[in-house]
Design a protein around this ligand. Structure first.
Ligand code: SF4
Length: 287
């Protein structure tokens, strides 16, 4: 017999904004309050709702330093290239550095590896702002995003490797495994940040014990997509949603429990909206 039953909802303890993003948003708000306005080079996080909310608080997104005129410019949590820093300094701009300290650490690590005369490799997504920022710290670093690219790397005598902060641990391990067969003297600094590792661990605990998994975040957010990939490996009924309305009741037929997590760029209120929606779902369960 089928009856309507409320779902048992478990939310990952640290779902949503990481401290790097939280601090950057706080700095942007504080600067806009004290200076009337602040510019940002590109979106502060990959989340349309957060960006449009911040626009209403006079936090303006621009594509280039040339567009910054009469207010401070905030450099985002992802990090910024030395070239952009130089341009901003030449223009005498008031720079608010909101680069996450863990991204600064990656920049320091790759520069150290450079001083050791190593060929430099970055495990990360091509074209992602954080990866572009890391690559620009040193000359000649190459980006490896997956196992097939790692297979294509020629033999190297001495190399140094760092990773983008939000990489999936399994992807990093697989790439390192391949490269270790090709590189004689390999030094790998694991720069996947601890909030990313913690989020991935929490979803690994949650996915197998949930009938359905919901990952909240923007489809443009790389770390949300990665969290979804981790969940999918353990539970095929794992879905990504940008907002509560994206939830499809058909996903829950016969389900009794749902696990919820969110990418590092998803605001708390979005997660709360999704949880609230799940509380009121009229799910049919077998008894
Ligand atoms: S994901 Fe990690 S490195 Fe990136 S901003 Fe957040 S805490 Fe910092």
């Amino acid at each position: 017999m089928l009856v309507h039953k409320p779902l048992r909802i478990r939310v990952a303890k640290d779902a949503g904004f990481c401290f790097g993003v939280r601090d950057a948003i706080e700095k942007a708000r504080e600067t806009a309050r004290t200076h009337g306005k602040v510019y940002m080079l590109g979106d502060i996080v990959h989340n349309e709702r957060v960006v449009s909310q911040l626009e209403r608080e006079n936090i303006r997104v621009v594509d280039s330093i040339d567009e910054v005129e009469d207010a401070p410019v905030l450099f985002r949590a992802h990090g910024t290239t030395p070239q952009v820093w130089e341009l901003a300094n030449q223009k005498n701009l008031n720079i608010i550095d909101a680069t996450c300290p863990l991204v600064h650490e990656i920049h320091d690590e790759i520069k150290k590896l450079h001083t050791e005369n190593r060929k430099l490799l970055i495990i990360g997504d091509h074209g992602h702002d954080e990866v572009v920022g890391i690559q620009a710290q040193v000359p000649g670093a190459i980006v490896i995003s997956n196992a097939s690219e790692a297979h294509a790397v020629p033999r190297i005598k001495k190399a140094g490797i760092v990773s983008q902060s939000t990489q999936m641990i399994e992807n990093v391990q697989e790439i390192i495994g391949i490269l270790s067969m090709k590189i004689f003297d390999l030094k790998f600094v694991n720069t996947v940040c601890f909030p990313t590792r913690r989020n991935q661990e929490q979803i690994k605990d949650l996915a197998p014990i949930s009938d359905v998994v919901i990952i909240v975040g923007s489809f443009t957010s790389a770390n949300t997509k990665r969290l979804h990939e981790v969940a999918l490996r353990l539970n095929p009924k794992s879905y990504m949603v940008e907002k509560a309305d994206d939830i499809n009741i058909d996903w829950f037929e016969g389900a009794e429990s749902v696990g919820v997590s969110a990418g590092a760029s998803s605001p708390d209120e979005l997660i709360e909206e999704v949880v609230e929606h799940l509380k009121h779902l009229q799910v049919k369960a077998h008894v």
